[in-house]
Design a protein around this ligand. Sequence first.
Ligand code: ATP
Ligand code: MG
Length: 222
Amino acid sequence: MKKLYKLENINLNYHVSGNDIKVLKNINFVIKRNERVAIVGESGSGKTSLLMLMSGLERPTKGSIFFNNENFSEINEKERTQIRKKKIGLIFQQFYLLPNYTALENVMFPMQINSIDDEKRKASSILSDIGLAHRLNNLPSELSGGEQQRVAIARAISLEPEIILADEPTGNLDRKNTELVSDLLLDYSYKKKISLVLVTHNMTLAKKCDKVIKLLDGHIKV
Ligand SMILES: Nc1ncnc2c1ncn2[C@@H]1O[C@H](COP(=O)(O)OP(=O)(O)OP(=O)(O)O)[C@@H](O)[C@H]1O
Ligand SMILES: [Mg+2]
């Protein structure tokens, strides 16, 4: 299978009040196309930081990140942003939906920015797929937490990314919604052959992925 990501000797330090905090230490791994990877580890172990690097929103102190054989550090900010917008879907624990836009408009919006045709039909079709056909015209404040996260997933999927990076997407949901939302993400990933990196504290969910990476204090625990 072809490589999608390669992380090589990644180190990330933050400089806080005169001290260097070593957040990630010598991280190496590969993610193949159409592979689902769970990242687990205690609070503060560096999971979110790792996703920030993989999305190109943050740059490593040392080491290289290759995405489709392209070295993130050898391309400029504009090119990284293009890759992030077109090829990487981001889902966070907070849903970050636009509060004054309906569910449908929230999913249409990124497609409009990216000049994708037929955005209304596509958005309503994805939202219907994930069980929200009856909520298209509701504002986020009129939706439950699980419904809001499903809208966020629909938004990420709508651009047909090569990979979805999801940071504890079910962290704010109850058990029933956790299962619903995570199964939905996994199903989509299989159906559309979209790779998935899923940060989670939920081991049952992690075990449904093809590979589990355990972070311990910024290291990969083997
Ligand atoms: N911008 C920052 N400046 C300084 N330190 C930071 C910054 N962001 C994160 N850190 C530190 O880096 C470490 C890893 O943080 P990170 O958010 O990656 O952890 P995490 O594994 O996602 O934790 P959680 O499960 O609580 O979300 C923590 O010790 C945190 O305090
Ligand atoms: Mg985190």
